[in-house]
Design a protein around this ligand. Sequence first.
Ligand code: HEM
Ligand code: HEM
Length: 179
Amino acid sequence: MSRHPRDFHPLLRLLHWLMALMVLAMLFIGVGMVSTAGPLYPALLALHRPVGIALLVLVLLRLPLRLLTGAPPLPADLPGPQKLVAKASHVLLYASMVGMPLIGWAMLSAGGYPVVAGSVSLPPILPHDLQLYALLRLAHTVVALLFFALVLAHLSAALFHGLIRRDGVLRSMTSGHRR
Ligand code: HEM
Ligand code: HEM
């Protein structure tokens, strides 16, 4: 993640906003799903699985594009520790976007449940093992909570840059021009 072009690649910006919407939807669908034992449960799960797998496919396209095209540099007057936190939080956001769908897929595999994404039935990525299922089910909840907190911190940071510092960082992900 070291190249410094003037702007984010337009496809990276498109993927950022598309995936941000999908991630938010997934977090709310997930929580909604486990909070209902009613008739909505199967419909929510039928939405949760394919959107989660689509996120995995998109992040696997986004990461190489990001590594190839780089990111514009953060403002020169931003303190070093803030730059470090920004970069670390982006790495963690990418890790969550890869990790959450993989944990979901692995969890259903270990539980012996089908992993259906639309009309495609995906193969299990782990053997049937109920102890492993219980562990991954817990991991799916804990990582989702951490992901939620990270997204909230990221949103606050974006608003801090856009409304208080007005340093072009928010603009670099919207209209595309940092300066
Ligand atoms: C970015 C991707 C994902 C996010 C953000 C996400 C988020 C969540 C959240 C917040 C919950 C509720 C957890 C709880 O309160 O205990 C949940 C549950 C669940 N998720 Fe995901 N998930 C993702 C991907 C996936 C994928 C790819 C699958 C399967 C292929 C999956 C399968 C499930 C299942 C089966 C449940 C629990 C249903 C239950 O125990 O009743 N998730 N997810
Ligand atoms: C909801 C889920 C979201 C996720 C998973 C997410 C993820 C990411 C990631 C991984 C990056 C790093 C981009 C890169 O270097 O390749 C990024 C950058 C950025 N995001 Fe988000 N984002 C989300 C929501 C938002 C929202 C709601 C806003 C604004 C209100 C926002 C504003 C920005 C900005 C301004 C940057 C550029 C930061 C920089 O240049 O260093 N993001 N986001």
